[in-house]
Design a protein around this ligand. Structure first.
Ligand SMILES: [Zn+2]
Length: 265
């Protein structure tokens, strides 16, 4: 069995403030170490369950958060950004059996986690076929386009609940929940224990997590800044909805993923 892990930092144990996710801040280091531990815990549990091959994509910021010197021998870690529109899913192809997400977070506009956003802080909200689009949704459709099921997500309560709605068979590990600017954090020891135990459970539910990709897409971004909305309305195929909002309609998932890589950055 071959697994793909996409990892972010905002949903890892304890992380509650933006500076804790920024590489040049002194408080960042211990959270990057925790992200590394969470990824390693999932890899170890999967290996114990018989998985032979694991590719990990570091998916936060410039993608240099996970310590490459702490990865077990059966893991390949993809660091840095290739420029490919798959971004946090770069490296995934149809040869993989399943995808797991570590440290994911609520979508832009979600009031349930103080660090909620989708890919960047430029959008107020993004809608995909009328539903709020999170990084979970974006990346899960990329996996579905390759017919690879997403079997596990760890992160804040809001993203875990919306993941359950989209993929009822998915295994979730809730690491925190927020109210306004406050965050209730589960202890790192408990998060690591749950990641190990639930990874083994998730590996038994691969088929339950397979979802169909929609036939067509309406991808709509509502920006915080109307000037950004004006500029991005010139991306090929984009229509202006209102002063703050543009949309793109397409039958091809790669068109949406590629547009997303340009218009919210
Ligand atoms: Zn991130």
């Amino acid at each position: 069995m071959k697994l793909f892990i996409s990892a972010d930092i905002e949903g890892c144990a304890g992380v509650s403030f933006a500076d804790e996710t920024h590489k040049n801040e002194t408080c960042y280091k211990k959270f990057a170490e925790q992200m590394t531990k969470e990824v390693a815990a999932v890899c170890e549990a999967a290996y114990e369950a018989g998985v032979e091959e694991i590719v990990v994509k570091d998916g936060h910021g410039d993608a240099s958060n996970i310590d490459p010197l702490s990865m077990p021998p059966y893991v390949v870690l993809i660091r840095g950004k290739s420029g490919h529109p798959y971004n946090m899913m770069y490296g995934l192809d149809s040869s993989f059996d399943a995808v797991l997400y570590i440290g994911y977070h609520a979508a832009a506009g979600s009031p349930e986690f103080t660090l909620s956003h989708t890919s960047t802080g430029n959008s107020r909200q993004i809608f995909l076929n009328g539903k709020i689009m999170s990084e979970f949704m974006l990346n899960t459709y990329t996996a579905a386009s390759l017919d690879v099921p997403v079997i596990l997500i760890s992160g804040d309560e809001a993203i875990c609940d919306s993941a359950r709605e989209a993929v009822p068979g998915i295994t979730t590990i809730k690491t925190k929940r927020g109210t306004g600017g406050a965050t209730y954090c589960v202890s790192p020891a408990k998060v690591l224990e749950e990641l190990k135990r639930k990874t083994k459970e998730a590996l038994k539910n691969v088929e339950k997590c397979r979802i169909a990709l929609p036939d067509s897409f309406e991808y709509m971004v509502s920006y915080k800044d109307w000037k950004k909305a004006y500029q991005m309305s010139f991306y090929p195929g984009r229509e202006i909805v209102d002063t703050f909002t543009n949309r793109l309609k397409s039958g091809g998932w790669l068109d949406v993923v590629t547009a997303h890589c340009f218009v919210v950055y």
